[in-house]
Write a protein that binds this ligand. Structure first.
Ligand SMILES: Cc1ncc(COP(=O)(O)OP(=O)(O)O)c(N)n1
Ligand SMILES: Cc1ncsc1CCOP(=O)(O)O
Ligand SMILES: [Mg+2]
Length: 215
């Protein structure tokens, strides 16, 4: 699945690691899938995350199995080796991670996502072979300790206006209340952590987001 094929999966892109989940992450993922998420990223990092590589790999495999039974593509954040080892569907890297241009030859057609914060970075991600970009933080977030300043939908609009043709999601502080503005600005979908993972009812939270995005 490359650029055009990925667009439909970007509609509601759920990201989580155990640190984001007040209850069992597997239960939350199952409920999020019930609610209609279209893509999942395993992002085990930051305060409260698992420590050992064995624990992380075992959790990744369990979550991958859940996604496989529902045909939800499974993306690994940051860790190219883990993505390759467990046979993930894709890898997501940021500007401070392994460089997209360097890993593209190693990932054998896996989906490649890249985080960008400007039109310039979006242009480079496209040239490096990224299948999609994550743009943000759009709104302030508490889920990423080293998040950059939130820039609203301005960067999404800049990328669209510059004619950089690459599938994209907005990320950071997105809720059912503000998701529409992200899609209206030109994103193909939204990526969320806490709106789903910290909801008392993850399925209902995903459903509410989906309704706004599709509506
Ligand atoms: C879809 C999506 N967009 C952006 C990010 C952020 O990636 P990065 O800047 O590398 O930060 P970390 O998530 O690694 O802390 C993402 N993970 N997913
Ligand atoms: C991983 C990441 N990258 C930019 S903001 C962010 C965190 C998004 O989490 P939330 O949806 O809870 O604001
Ligand atoms: Mg990263």
């Amino acid at each position: 699945m490359k650029r055009e094929g990925i667009k439909k999966h970007l509609a509601l892109y759920f990201i989580a690691g155990s640190q984001d989940c007040p209850k069992n992450i597997e239960e939350i993922l199952i409920e999020a899938i019930e609610g209609g998420i279209t893509l999942f990223q395993f992002r085990e990092k930051g305060k409260g995350s698992l420590h050992t590589s064995d624990e992380i790999e075992q959790l990744a495999v369990r979550l991958l199995q859940i996604c496989r039974t529902s045909n939800i593509p499974f993306i690994v954040n940051d860790d190219v080796e883990l993505a390759l080892k467990i046979g993930a569907d894709g890898i997501h890297v940021g500007q401070d991670d392994a460089k997209a241009g360097d890993i593209i030859t190693r990932i054998n057609g896996m989906i490649l996502g890249v985080s960008v914060h400007s039109a310039e970075e979006a242009k480079r991600a496209l040239a490096d072979g990224a299948d999609y970009i994550g743009v943000g933080p759009v709104f302030p977030t508490s889920s990423k300790e080293d998040a950059k300043e939130a820039r609203g939908t301005a960067v999404i609009e800049e990328i669209k206006q510059a004619g950089i043709d690459i599938p994209m999601v907005g990320i950071g502080g997105i809720t059912a209340e503000n998701a529409k503005s992200v899609v209206m600005a030109g994103a193909d979908g939204v990526s969320v952590i806490s709106s789903i993972s910290r909801s008392e009812h993850p399925a209902a939270a995903a459903r509410a987001l989906k309704k706004v995005i599709n509506g």
